[in-house]
Design a protein around this ligand. Structure first.
Ligand code: VGL
Ligand code: ZN
Length: 197
């Protein structure tokens, strides 16, 4: 059975938002249309406490889009975004929420970021999503949403590694493209066995 995994299609990742992805809002219509072709729809929601360690604003002297070494490795420092309960953390108002079976929040622990919908950035702490999908017999996963080169790519790579069939529907994603991250993510996805459609 096929699941559509809609990654972080939230106000802060769309034009005008705190961590805007160019053209992010253009994919809302295509994503809504894809929902009908799937047996299940899962939405992920980036969901950070205001004191989150991935926010440049929480590290005196740090600049957004710089990097910092955390206990689990290197972490990009982002503009403050998707703060729990804020307007920017809400889904894009055009997204069809009624079709969602599951809304999975991630990144809610202050000390660890979570790009992937499956594992937090320590690459060990599970979000529980794999168990949910397996128990429902959802083995064929189609990824769309934002951002192509971070949360979509990391989620699809983890899905392939976990033994799911993983496809990224590229026309329903948009990239941040930070220092070549778009090309790097595409190469990493191909390497991991993700289909780019
Ligand atoms: C994302 C950076 C920080 C994403 C989330 O959804 O790709 N990127 N938080
Ligand atoms: Zn985030």
């Amino acid at each position: 059975m096929r699941a559509l995994i809609v990654v972080d299609l939230q106000v802060d990742f769309c034009p005008g938002g705190a961590l805007a992805v160019a053209g992010g809002d253009e994919i809302v219509g295509p994503v809504n249309a894809l929902m009908a072709d799937h047996d299940a729809v899962v939405l992920t929601q980036d969901w950070h406490p205001a004191d989150h360690s991935s926010f440049a604003g929480n590290h005196p002297g740090a600049q957004p889009f710089g990097t910092m070494t955390m206990s689990y490795g290197e972490q990009v420092l982002w503009p403050d975004h998707c703060v729990i309960g804020s307007k920017g953390a809400a889904f894009h108002p055009g997204l069809d929420l009624d079709r969602a079976d599951l809304i999975l929040r991630k990144g809610f622990r202050r000390e660890i970021d979570s790009y992937s919908a499956f594992f937090e950035n320590d690459r060990r702490t599970s979000t529980g999503l794999a168990g949910y999908l397996r128990e429902r017999g959802l083995t064929d996963l189609h990824f769309v949403g934002l951002a192509h080169d971070f949360c979509v790519a990391w989620s699809a790579i983890d899905a392939a590694r976990l033994g799911f069939s993983a496809t990224v529907i590229e026309q329903a994603t948009r990239a941040i493209d930070l220092n070549g991250s778009r090309e790097a993510a595409q190469a990493a996805m191909r390497e991991a066995g993700v289909t780019l459609a």
